[in-house]
Design a protein around this ligand. Sequence first.
Ligand SMILES: *Cc1c(COP(=O)(O)O)cnc(C)c1O
Length: 545
Amino acid sequence: MTQRPYQELLGKLRETFPAPVSDRMHDAYFVFSILRALDQLDDLKSEVPLLGRPRTLDYAAAERAELAEEGRSAEDVARLLVGQLEGMPIWGHPRTQINVVPPPSIPSVIGSLLPAIYNPNLVSDDTSYGLMLTEAAVVAMVSRLVGYDPALAAGVFTFGGTGTVLYGAKLGIEKAFPDAMDNGVPEGGVILASAQSHYCRLNVAGWLGLGEKSVVEVPTHLENDIRLDKLEAAAREALDGGRRIVALVATMGTTDAFGVDDLGAIADLRDRLVGEYGLDYRPHIHADAVIGWAWSVFNDYDFEANALGFRPRTVRALASARRRISKLHRADSVGIDFHKTGFAPYVSSLFLARDRADMQLLVRGREQMPYLFQSGERHPGVFTLETSRGRSGVLAAYANLQLFGQVGLRVLLGHLVEMAETLREHLEGHDSTTVLNAAGVGTVTVFRVYPDGVDTWTAKDRERTDPAAREELLRHNDYNRRLFRYLYERAMRGEGVHISMTDCYRETDYGEPMVGLKSFILSPFIDEQDVEQLVRDILDARQVC
Ligand SMILES: *Cc1c(COP(=O)(O)O)cnc(C)c1O
């Protein structure tokens, strides 16, 4: 029998797939291929907290790519893949303090890898089998954690924190405008959120057909939490004007400063307005807790006994966060990112609804559909925005919840907050530096550095409030930008800490942006010496900038 040409090639291609039946030799090849790639990545490590070197992004070169006639070997491809990661920050490095990106734990990486091999699809339990139970288990664990009744709550993993806000707002639309799913979204809906809330509020309003203009941005206190008097005024103005409140978004941990809204008071306000205006719907409250949710592990921590031995300053910060995070159960829905404060790889985001009956509002072609969750079978695909949903985020989240337990998360978060508090203590102790989120209780610190001769005790407030200080503010904005460049270049030489900068920490009362330097601590490997290094870097930079 003659072999046709394609058959030989097919044989080679078969070797590039995991063997469908047990084949130890081929498994060894598979695992070894991964090991080789990891080894090559290891070669990219140096004293710089990056893989390889920072590189300028050459899009013109990238756009010359075309599909070749002949494919390459698996080994070549692996090498190519490794090269693609060059320039990536090593998030677990104690001198990487750029943003809210965590280093993933080993079990969470395994949790991401296994579904990549076996490819379950969460659209239904017909395609994900027992793995649908994993999502149910994570939903139950997190429901209990935030104070929802797991027998009533429901949840789905979705495409990011943005997706969780989108689900929350969509539920709000269906409540404020019944049957919008069938008929479309009428005009007159508003979303109320703080000015410091994540900008995805605009994506959500735009994509859901409310329009970006339907978002009312409510001013915040200096601590970056929403001003309730202004929220109430905005809500009343909307209702008095005959509009309908689609959602009140409470931000439980803002991205740049860890401001936490007073969710309990927001829920009370909503309830009062429903009664007073005799509303025929209850405006939906969504808690954007993608960052703050993890602090729920302190709900049951005895801060007086403080068995884990956190320092007094840390205890105060953790207890302060708990005051508000412990109210998460007052929200109708909550967004949770495991890929932020849960140490899982992207994407791992959970949308949680307190009342599973709400999910019924999202069912496609509702008339023909059986009531959800009544039968033992689960087909989330009838109400999720996505059709195919990968399992990686779910299994990674599950892995970390099992790995850490409440105590592990307390230890990790407690240590990160302890290091951030240490940084704030140092920065407050120097004449030339001032912490902008001074009441901050999270792991992010935004600060500003001043040249000699500036009285930092008064500069911050003057720049923030006094229009006559405009020039001074802008000059110091530039100064902080220069300082940032210097620190960045130094970090890229392997000599310093890699932090980031925010172009607008807050607007001043007279409408100018206030630039801040930002340290986001999320590496479990950080120690006091790394914090001290950053402070030294900053003081050194002042000598040359
Ligand atoms: C990061 C963030 C988001 C968006 O989440 P993604 O996972 O990046 O889509 C929403 N809200 C807050 C407060 C965030 O910090």
